[in-house]
Design a protein around this ligand. Structure first.
Ligand SMILES: Cc1cc2nc3c(=O)[nH]c(=O)nc-3n(C[C@H](O)[C@H](O)[C@H](O)COP(=O)(O)OP(=O)(O)OC[C@H]3O[C@@H](n4cnc5c(N)ncnc54)[C@H](O)[C@@H]3O)c2cc1C
Length: 286
């Protein structure tokens, strides 16, 4: 459980971090919640770690007129504790609070979680449902990646090796509700199935738009588009929600299966938790 030797770099600006990342065998370090166990098990042995912890702009949480910006180094705990976020996008503190335990949330970051792309991580479901975009810095300049295009497979993302995830941009959503529901793996808290729902609804409780992000079930998080389409234009009630939730795993041909839950059980869980999240987001349950 002792990592192979590595050099440690603590840049104070983004430019310094980008330069350091150009050197071979270099890995970025956020809170170390995933990376350090990997190093200790010697599943990776980078020659150099570039710690992003001293670059102030990476830890920001900003509520703007047109949306929210979360710096990649914003910790789960800082998002959980933000009273501003609780007012404008309560889904974000809700998801943050569902991660691991408080010690993990004090160190773990939203950027580290997204870049690591664990298929059972909670944030990906939320950032998909919120139609977020991810901003990455690279030596030629920044680029923006829609959340839908970010996750490429098991622990694989659209980030290039010399890119640093800078921030998550979340647009404002219309009037409605949102909720996150998950079945937790009892030791770690990771999602056996997690469903984030953002609903926009108008008069008479009719659903204008449903956005449903799912994690824990497939090799990468996904938008449950069949379930979303089933709800659009419908009155949000128990019957329409149960019918839509039955489609939450539509298209998942090879569900994740391990010692914690079989694929079949995960498919069941995603439908159950989708219905629960939809009911809460629609104000039909607490
Ligand atoms: C006991 C335990 C329980 C947990 N439970 C949960 C849970 O219930 N739900 C959940 O979602 N997660 C859970 N986690 C994971 C936790 O949420 C961390 O956020 C996640 O492990 C990422 O850790 P980190 O932010 O410290 O990143 P690190 O471990 O420092 O880095 C992770 C990876 O991302 C890369 N990286 C980091 N930052 C950037 C960046 N800005 N740009 C590009 N690449 C970057 C690193 O190079 C590394 O490859 C748990 C972790 C532990 C240890």
């Amino acid at each position: 459980m002792i990592p192979a030797p590595f050099d440690y770099v603590l840049p104070e600006t983004l430019d310094e971090a980008l330069q350091a990342l150009l050197l071979s065998e270099t890995k970025l370090l956020a809170g170390g919640q995933s990376l350090l166990p990997i190093l200790k098990l010697r599943l990776a042995a980078p020659g150099r770690l570039v710690d992003l912890g001293k670059i102030p702009e990476l830890a920001r949480i900003e509520v703007r007129r047109d949306g929210i910006v979360l710096g990649a180094m914003a910790t789960h705990a800082s998002i959980e504790d933000s009273s501003e976020l609780a007012k404008v996008s309560p889904l974000l503190p809700e998801v943050a609070a569902a991660i691991g335990d408080r010690q993990v949330r004090n160190r773990g970051t939203i950027g580290g979680s997204l870049a690591h792309a664990d298929p059972a991580a909670d944030w990906p479901a939320a950032i998909l449902a919120l139609d977020a975009a991810l901003v990455a810095a690279s030596p030629p300049g920044p680029r923006t990646i829609p959340a839908r295009d970010f996750f490429k497979g098991l622990m694989s993302t659209a980030l290039a090796p010399h890119e640093i995830l800078l921030a998550v941009q979340i647009p404002r959503s219309g009037p409605g509700g949102a909720a996150y529901q998950k079945a937790r793996q009892s030791a770690s808290g990771f999602a056996l199935a997690g469903v984030a729902v953002v609903l926009e609804y108008g008069g008479g409780g009719v659903c204008k738009k449903a956005a449903i992000g799912v994690t824990g079930v497939a090799d990468r998080p996904y938008r449950a588009t069949a379930a979303e389409q089933a709800l659009a234009g419908k009155k949000l009630d128990d019957a329409s929600i149960v019918a839509a939730a039955a489609l939450a795993s539509h298209g998942v041909l090879e569900p994740l299966s391990d010692m914690h839950a079989s694929g079949e059980y995960r498919l069941h869980l995603v439908r159950v938790h989708c219905a629960r999240a939809l009911k809460r987001a629609a104000g039909l349950s607490r």
